[in-house]
Write a new protein. Structure first.
Length: 410
C-alpha cells in the first residue's frame, strides 16, 4: 500500500554533501582541527573557520522593523522595489536589452524549479551539463522529466560539439529545448565561459529555434564572486541576438551573493524578444508561486533592496575582501596542482576547484582521502574541493598530498 501518488519519486535523496560534512566535523572533534582538512562545506567561511555573515547585510537586516519582517510580501511576483532592484543588479549594466520580467522566488532553487517544471511536460527531457549541481536532476525527476547531459569540457574548453549534439538530438525528438547553463563560476568546476563561447551558444540555439522553442536556464548563483566583476555580465549582450522563439530564464540567488542562504530569497529573470511572450511566462510563474510558496520572505526582499541601494559601497567592499580570499585560496590549490600534475578541471573563478577523476577510480580515491583525514565531496567524474570554506593554510600542500594519494589508487 502506498499513501502517495503512483509516479512520485520515492527513492531517498543520496546526500553526498551533508553526510561527509558530518564525518569531517566528527573527525575534527576526535583528532583536532589541525589534523583534518575539511574541504566539504559549500558556503563561504572565513579564515577562523566561521561561516561568513556579512556585516553590511546583517546589520541592515537587524535594523528592519519587526512589522516588515512579520508582513506578507506585497505581491506573488515579489515586491516592486525588489523586482526593480534585482533587474538593475543582474542586467542593469550588462548591455542586455531584451524585454524582461522578474519573479521573486525562494532562492535560486525556486527559479530553477519553476523553469524546469513549467517549461517542460512530463515525459520530456531537460538538458544539463554532465558535471552539475545535483538538484537539477532531482527537480526534473520529481516532475517526471528525463535528463540528458552534455559533456562540459573538451580538454580545457567548453565542449561546444557535445552541447550542440545533445541539444539537437533533444530538439529533434520533442520540438522543444530547455537547457541548463550554470555560468559564470560553474559549480563545481569553477569554469566560466568566454563571451565567444556564449556567442556560439546563442547562434546555435537561434538555428534550433526554427524547429521549436528554446529556453536557456542560465543559473548565475555564483556570478557575483567572479574575479572580473567589471566585465562578468558582458556575455549577456549576446542575448540581444536571440530570435522570438528563444527565452532566457536567469536563476538569481541572494544566498551566496549576500551570504544569506537561510533567508531563502532569489528570482527568475525572464528575458525575451517579445514583451507578450515574456508576460505569458511571468503569469504562469506567478500562478505556480501562488500555489507553491505563496509569496517570498518580505524582509529578505526588503533587505536586498536596502543593501544594494543604501549600503552599496560598504557591501561591495566587504564582498571584495572575500573574493580576494577566494582568489588566494584557489590560486594556491590551482598553482600547486599544476606544479605537481594533479589533474583538475579548468578553474577560472568561484567557490570550488574540482579534481578530474573518472568515476571508476573516484570512489577508491575518495576513500583513500578519508583515510588521510582529507574530506571532500564526490561529483560526477570528480572530487570537489570547497575552497570557499578552506583556510589558506589548509590549501597549502593539499594538491601534492592529493596527487600522491591519487597515484596510490591507480
Ligand atoms: C549551482 C547552484 N545553483 C543554484 C543554487 C541555489 O541556491 P539557493 O536556492 O540557496 O539560492 C545553488 C546552491 O547551492 C547552486 O550551487
Amino acid at each position: 500500500m502506498s499513501f502517495i501518488k503512483e509516479n512520485a519519486d520515492v527513492t531517498p535523496i543520496v546526500d553526498t554533501v551533508f553526510t561527509i560534512v558530518r564525518q569531517a566535523a566528527a573527525a575534527k572533534a576526535e583528532f583536532g582541527e589541525d589534523a583534518v582538512v575539511d574541504a566539504t562545506i559549500g558556503s563561504l567561511y572565513d579564515e577562523s573557520g566561521k561561516l561568513v555573515a556579512m556585516n553590511s547585510v546583517f546589520d541592515n537586516f537587524n535594523s528592519i522593523d519587526n512589522r516588515i519582517k512579520a508582513k506578507y510580501a506585497g505581491a506573488f511576483l515579489g515586491n516592486e522595489t525588489y523586482r526593480k532592484s534585482v533587474a538593475d543588479w543582474v542586467i542593469g549594466n550588462s548591455g542586455c536589452e531584451l524585454c524582461s520580467s522578474v519573479v521573486a522566488t525562494p532562492g535560486g532553487t525556486g527559479a530553477v524549479n519553476l523553469t524546469i517544471d513549467l517549461c517542460l511536460n512530463e515525459g520530456q527531457t531537460l538538458v544539463i551539463p554532465n558535471i552539475a549541481w545535483g538538484s537539477y536532476a532531482i527537480m526534473a525527476n520529481n516532475a517526471g522529466i528525463n535528463v540528458k547531459r552534455y559533456e562540459m569540457f573538451d580538454g580545457d574548453l567548453f565542449n561546444m560539439n557535445s552541447f550542440m549534439n545533445v541539444c539537437q538530438e533533444v530538439m529533434n525528438e520533442q520540438k522543444k529545448l530547455v537547457v541548463v547553463i550554470n555560468d559564470p563560476c560553474h559549480n563545481p568546476t569553477g569554469y566560466s565561459m568566454t563571451k565567444e563561447e556564449w556567442g556560439k551558444v546563442i547562434e546555435f540555439v537561434n538555428e534550433l529555434s526554427e524547429i521549436g522553442s528554446v529556453i536557456i536556464l542560465n543559473d548565475i548563483a555564483y556570478l557575483d564572486y567572479s574575479y572580473d566583476l567589471g566585465s562578468v555580465r558582458s556575455y549577456m549582450e549576446c542575448f540581444n541576438k536571440v530570435t522570438n522563439n528563444v527565452l532566457i530564464s536567469i536563476a538569481f540567488s541572494c544566498s551566496k551573493l549576500m551570504t544569506s542562504y537561510g533567508l531563502r530569497c532569489g528570482a527568475a529573470i525572464l528575458l525575451g524578444k517579445e514583451e507578450a511572450s515574456v508576460k505569458v511566462v511571468e503569469g504562469s510563474f506567478e500562478k505556480a508561486a501562488r500555489s507553491l510558496w505563496s509569496n517570498v520572505n518580505n524582509s529578505a526582499m526588503e533587505n536586498f533592496y536596502e543593501v544594494v541601494t543604501n549600503r552599496h559601497d560598504e557591501f561591495m567592499k566587504e564582498k571584495a575582501e572575500y573574493i580576494e580570499l577566494l582568489r588566494r585560496r584557489s590560486s594556491i590549490v590551482v598553482e600547486e596542482a599544476n606544479a605537481c600534475g594533479l589533474p583538475i578541471y579548468p578553474y577560472k573563478e568561484g567557490f570550488f576547484v574540482t579534481v578530474r577523476c573518472d568515476n571508476a577510480l573516484r570512489d577508491k580515491f575518495h576513500e583513500a582521502l578519508l583515510d588521510e583525514k582529507i574530506f571532500t565531496v564526490k561529483v560526477n567524474n570528480g572530487i570537489r574541493i570547497a575552497v570557499c570554506s578552506l583556510p589558506v593554510e589548509k590549501c597549502k600542500g593539499l594538491a601534492a598530498r592529493m596527487n600522491q594519494i591519487l597515484e596510490g589508487c591507480k
